[in-house]
Design a protein around this ligand. Structure first.
Ligand SMILES: Nc1ncnc2c1ncn2[C@@H]1O[C@H](COP(=O)(O)OP(=O)(O)O)[C@@H](O)[C@H]1O
Ligand SMILES: [Mg+2]
Length: 285
């Protein structure tokens, strides 16, 4: 099975919560107007998926009110072009063609999001290239067909430069087919607002978590592969909302997640203690 998720937004008429961090919303509208393929670049948990859900909703059909369909494929090393394109299934005496998630999106329209595309097998890039060609086509060799993209189709890929070794870098021949919208950590005030909304944090707790995250991210270079994402801060806020002490919540949702190295862990724990001293924080007695 290809790990895909269709949008569950068709039934949900309310706008997904997304707080813009920069000019990404305008940039995406601009790119979509010309159907220019988009590369979302940046660390995990910085809002890329939520942003696309929001944009799909913003680009909803004026008549029906339905959001643009959004198909997400989480790419991993076993994912082949065949998984994206589709296959013949045995049925009765014969076979029946079943579209893969990419083919379905190309045929019926909407956004197709290939998350962490460099993780996929190399043959996936061939498919990506044909869709970023100005003719926007998809060769379906097994059907002996070339499918032209639906007018509403847009290809979006994501890439986290932090994870990649030179072996799994996004090739220039591929990246030069996209506009790249960069996702980073939100500034402290914006991140605190996200934590209030998503994690139910009080203003004071949200401010502390956001300030602590800023400090942890600055440890990044020296100690951590990647600093804590907004997603992890949301988890911490939610646990605190469930009655877990702030220190313990930060330990399980941040410290133990961002590092396995004992020395780095000491540095992280020290920082957490500076923001949430024992006996002084939320839910601490
Ligand atoms: N700008 C933002 N606006 C609203 N929520 C955000 C934002 N950035 C991050 N989040 C929160 O962080 C979580 C993780 O974001 P997600 O979109 O899944 O990240 P990514 O796809 O980059 O890994 C979201 O579920 C949401 O709660
Ligand atoms: Mg994501």
């Amino acid at each position: 099975m290809t790990p895909t998720s269709g949008s569950s937004l068709d039934s949900a008429r309310s706008v997904p919560y997304y707080l813009p961090v920069g000019d990404e919303v305008d940039l995406f509208f601009g790119a979509y107007a010309d159907r220019t393929p988009v590369l979302l670049k940046g660390p995990t948990g910085t809002g890329k998926t939520r942003f696309l859900e929001y944009m799909a909703w913003k680009l909803r059909d004026a008549d029906s009110g339905s959001p643009l369909p959004l198909t997400t494929v989480s790419c991993q090393e076993d994912l082949t072009a065949g998984d994206l394109l589709g296959r013949f299934l045995l049925e009765g005496d014969g076979t029946r063609w079943v579209d893969g998630p990419l083919t379905a999106a190309v045929r019926h329209g909407g956004i197709c999001y290939l998350d962490e595309v460099v993780e996929a097998r190399k043959d996936v890039m061939v498919v990506v290239h044909s869709l970023t060609d100005h003719r926007r086509f998809l060769p379906l060799a097994k059907l002996d067909q070339t499918l032209e993209a639906h007018p509403s189709f847009l290809l979006v890929i994501s890439y986290n430069p932090g994870y990649q070794t030179s072996l799994k870098d996004l090739k220039h021949s591929t990246r030069q087919r996209f506009v790249a919208i960069e996702f980073g950590y939100a500034d402290e005030a914006t991140e605190a607002e996200i934590l209030t909304h998503e994690g139910g944090a009080s203003a004071a707790l949200a401010d502390s978590l956001a300030a602590m995250a800023g400090r942890l991210r600055r440890l990044n270079e020296e100690h951590l592969i990647e600093g804590p994402s907004t997603r992890l801060l949301v988890y911490a806020a939610q646990l605190i909302g469930r009655g877990v002490s702030a220190r313990r919540a930060c330990e399980v949702s941040i410290a133990a997640v961002v590092t396995d190295d004992p020395i780095a862990r000491l540095a992280v724990d020290e920082l957490i203690s500076a923001f949430f001293p024992p006996g002084s924080g939320e839910n601490d007695s």
